[in-house]
Design a protein around this ligand. Structure first.
Ligand code: MG
Length: 372
């Protein structure tokens, strides 16, 4: 298979419910959709999950657009992608381009998607997946109104969500978590700190009494060593998110006891090939594993669900139905539960077959086509 053409589309979609994290408020989904077309006319799509601001990782919509346009897409000229092995290790050709994992993932995943379409093999099978149903958890933003937070959590459980994750920060941690615990004594509960405890790790001691499944990324976004020292003192398992960019990072973290769980987001590690390697390493080392979310459109959601078909994803994903974030999604039908709290892994030969191109047009604010 060869890529003949690649189109980048900047898409802006209003979020139903603005999300507050320790980074700030998010009211608009601003993201790049990568569309590749092969010489035989097959189409693949993927979502480059870099956000408008460099607040999760260093990348932004604009930096990813630049790196895709000037480096990654042109590098695919005259490249044959002929077999699954070639597909899995495709991003190694970008080894001399440092970092920029989300830009790389956007193109790499669109190529996997096109490969599934061209070969008519379901994407989850290409990835090596076997599981056909994925449990979903919900991620709740910070809310100082504890009654409203309890009500929101009860509603999530009534909708079927299998676990609750709460964004926390110093001063907004034990109290809101205990409020959820009181309202729902049996629900698996976890916290995501998004690095908010850097320099004040001692504030986390109180969390051990809440009975959390894990606390996600309490310390610096690029740290492994300090997390190991903290895990030594904390009974609550630490989950690393931002710090893990590759299977080697998983190995390093496990070697020094920095975490017991990995949150894998394919965009953060450079795409599906690297995600499979992270999955395999986490399984080998006996770490818990789940797939996080980046408030994706339906395109990214369907890709996350396909990835979650790999057998090592033992914990609920952050990916949920489209209507959690969007009034109308750019895939038709939108992502929904096939039974409360569970997403079906559909045998899609690429997600492009589910795109509502008219709606994608409506949300597109910028477009760039590169012919190879
Ligand atoms: Mg996180």
């Amino acid at each position: 298979m060869r890529v003949r053409k690649c189109t980048l589309r900047r898409v802006q979609m209003p979020l139903r419910e603005p999300v507050k994290t320790s980074y700030g408020m998010h009211a608009m989904k601003d993201v790049t959709i990568v569309i590749v077309e092969t010489e035989k006319g097959a189409v693949g799509v993927a979502e480059c999950v870099a956000m408008r601001e460099p607040t999760y990782t260093e990348e932004t919509v604009s930096t990813a657009w630049h790196v895709l346009t000037d480096f990654l897409v042109p590098s695919m000229r005259d490249v044959d992608i002929n077999e699954t092995r070639g597909l899995r290790y495709m991003s190694e050709r970008w080894g001399r381009i440092r970092g920029n994992w989300m830009a790389k993932a956007g193109l790499e995943m669109a190529i996997w998607d096109a490969y599934a379409a061209e070969t008519k093999v379901p994407l989850y099978q290409l990835l090596g997946g076997t599981v056909r149903e994925v449990p979903a958890g919900i991620s709740l933003g910070m809310n100082s109104d504890l009654d409203a937070l309890q009500e929101r959590a009860r509603r999530a459980v009534a909708d079927g969500f299998q676990r609750i994750k709460l964004k926390i920060a110093p001063g907004a941690d034990v109290e809101p978590l205990m409020a959820i615990r009181r309202a729902l004594p049996d629900i698996p509960l976890m916290a995501d700190a998004n690095s908010a405890y850097e320099g004040c790790a001692q504030l986390l001691a109180g969390l051990d009494g809440v009975g959390l499944m894990m606390i996600e990324q309490p310390l610096a976004y690029d740290d492994i060593v300090d997390h190991a020292a903290l895990q030594d003192k904390l009974r609550t398992p630490i989950c690393l998110d931002e710090s893990i960019r590759s299977a080697n990072d998983v190995r390093r973290a496990a070697m020094i006891g920095a975490c017991k769980v990995i949150n894998l987001k394919p965009g953060r590690v450079g795409g599906f090939g690297s995600s499979i390697a992270v999955h395999d390493e986490a399984v080998r080392l006996g770490l818990g594993l789940w797939c996080g979310g980046m408030y994706e459109t339906g395109i990214g959601r369907l890709h996350n669900i396909a990835l979650c078909s790999l057998p090592g994803f033992g914990l609920p994903t952050d990916t949920g139905p489209s209507d959690r974030y969007f009034e109308s999604d750019i895939v038709d039908p939108p992502v929904t539960f096939h039974r409360p709290g569970f997403l079906a892994v559909e045998p899609l030969c690429g997600v492009a077959s589910r795109v509502n191109w008219k709606r994608l047009d409506d949300f597109t604010v910028q477009s760039n086509t590169i012919v190879l």
